[in-house]
Design a protein around this ligand. Sequence first.
Ligand code: SAH
Length: 407
Amino acid sequence: MIRIKEGKEKNLLRHHPWVFSGAIEESSVPGEAGIQKVLTSDGRFIAWGYYDRESHIQLRLLSWDEDNCPDENWWRDTVRASVLRRRAFFEDKQSGTTAFRIIHGEADMLPGIAADVYGKIIRIIISARIAWNMRSVVLGAIEDLLHPQMIILNTDSSFCAIEHLHEVTEYYRNGERFTPSEKLEEIRIRESGLYYGLVPGSGQKSGFYCDQRENRIALERYVKGACVLDGCSYTGGFTLHALRAGAASVRAVDSSSDAIHRLLSNVNLNIELGTLPPDSREKVEAQKGDIFDVLRTMPQNKYDVIVLDPPKLAQTIKVLDNAKKAYKDLNRMAMEKIRPNGIILTCSCSGALSREDFRTVLAWSAKDAGVEVQVLETLGQAQDHPIRLSFPESEYLKAYVLRIIKP
Ligand code: SAH
């Protein structure tokens, strides 16, 4: 039984799932890791939580129902419920999307677990000790429900140090762990009718950023006949959509040469399959580069549309000020260089930077660039990456479609 210090219980009663060590009454700190009843200082039930002093979040709340202690059945049921909430994705044969998220961590009440479907393969990424401890139950539940060809499970390297986990990758087939004898073959996924090749288990995030699905569709509304710059293109999500919607040209820039290589093969793949016009390859110029340098050195008025999708520039709250400056510079340069009345689709995937702060940063950029900016669309993360209202941290992807008006 753990007691929460007086005054620290409010957010927890509103179902915020994280409790840091400073909120726990010292006399009630348990000797070992495990499930505990969590109470207010005057003894009222708040929730069932998992305590583990080795985790950077020592207490994680799981169930606010006193009659529903999170045992193995709770984990199985919660995984199942999360997968079933994505039923529409499994049943939607028409839009042809085969890559989507089935578990989105705390937003699906499952701390430290992200699970993505890539066709017949599932990738699970673990970022908390509790999820690591429960992995066999999670794997079993997914196996029983979906019978995937293979499950790849790994720990998230950016959390291993703070969660005291090892960096590991495990492969499962029919519920049994195995060691692949050779390199995994490339698979093909489809999103909104376009195809992407990827090697499961390699590449960034879990191989493909399906949280941008709706935003790629949004881009299609602005690019007909346009010269487009896809900044931080990765394997071409936005580029392929711009080509499909009739862009005159697309220049893609990414700091990873593997990503650029993959982008070009994705363009070719879609031409071959008839999902992009045959002249698409000639319209694309893809290069390894630093988007900050590219924007700094390029001439004015070259592009009608610029997409800015940088990696997480604010990893933590501590580096937020530096990150804000980077977001500001990036957007300022794009605003300065874009043609009058041009469109910028700008994104921030830093959870530490709130939506409001991101807008403030964009206003600074506009002021320094000497332009007026209209917000045409306010965008976020795709619906398979839900935001849980009681857990604001689950809103991490913010995006805006901006029109840049020059004096
Ligand atoms: N827009 C992509 C996802 C971008 S993820 C999509 O739709 O799939 C962020 C990308 O930024 C990564 O591919 C990373 O390699 C790249 N990147 C990181 N720093 C960069 C920099 N300074 N300049 C250009 N690209 C960068």
